[in-house]
Design a protein around this ligand. Sequence first.
Ligand code: GUN
Length: 294
Amino acid sequence: MSAQVIDGKAVAAEVTARVKQRVEALKSKGVTVGLAVILAGEDPASQVYVRNKIKKCAELGIESRRIDLPADVTMETMLETIDALNNDPAIHGILVQFPPPKQLDQEKIIDAISPEKDVDCFCDRNVGRILEGRIDGFLPCTPAGVMELLKAAGIDPAGKHAVVVGRSNIVGKPLAALLMQKNKGANATVTVVHSGTPDLARFTRDADILIAAIGKPCFITGDMIKPGAAVIDVGINRIATPDGKGKLAGDVDFESAVEVAGAITPVPGGVGPMTIAMLMDNAVRAAEKAAADA
Ligand code: GUN
């Protein structure tokens, strides 16, 4: 049996079509959505991610402002840059691409961004609200993208056992929070497993919904999956190929997994496009809120 392959590009296109309508509605009221993206250094993967975000802004009529800082930028300059954007009414959302260069303190960067402009949903106030079940504000982009994918594929987490592999602040922890909410489209029983979990496959084999977000290429193999489970692959790992060009691989070994799972996301073309779509949604949310408060 071969699993249903969930088309993240198609679902992301539906989300962004709705976002575009809201961008246009704001424009008709004289508000142009503005998103600032800060990239420090020249990490090749970060360059690609930032380019894709800027491109998506242009497609949707969102005004992007890309700020490139040198790899040896000081914390002081980074904080000054963020402060200027916090005080700029044309900018509704601020994103600092992570990971930052080593000399910068990621937590201080997150703390410096105004919570009203924190479109990544990384700051303590916004993360705390998610834990409290207040999901009417910003949503964490990748976790929210996973929830949208499940919905689009007709997979209702209610009453199911969802196993999240990975406990990062960006994906694992907030995704566990979203899946366990006492809300429509959530209400799962959630287990989080990670690099410190002995015999991790014991848990993954019990998952009705298995989310792989551990950052290790092809870590989840077919024998670790319950037949018929929904498998969502959040991993984006660059791996070497014999021709030297390299390629992207998820955290799931797609070839063996697709034979066991009931539904599965590919890499690329699964979760990746959803993360950007949800970022655009948050940027518009920020502008709508700013316009309503004005
Ligand atoms: N680096 C990897 N994923 C992300 C993300 O979702 N947001 C930011 N700012 N940086 C990242």
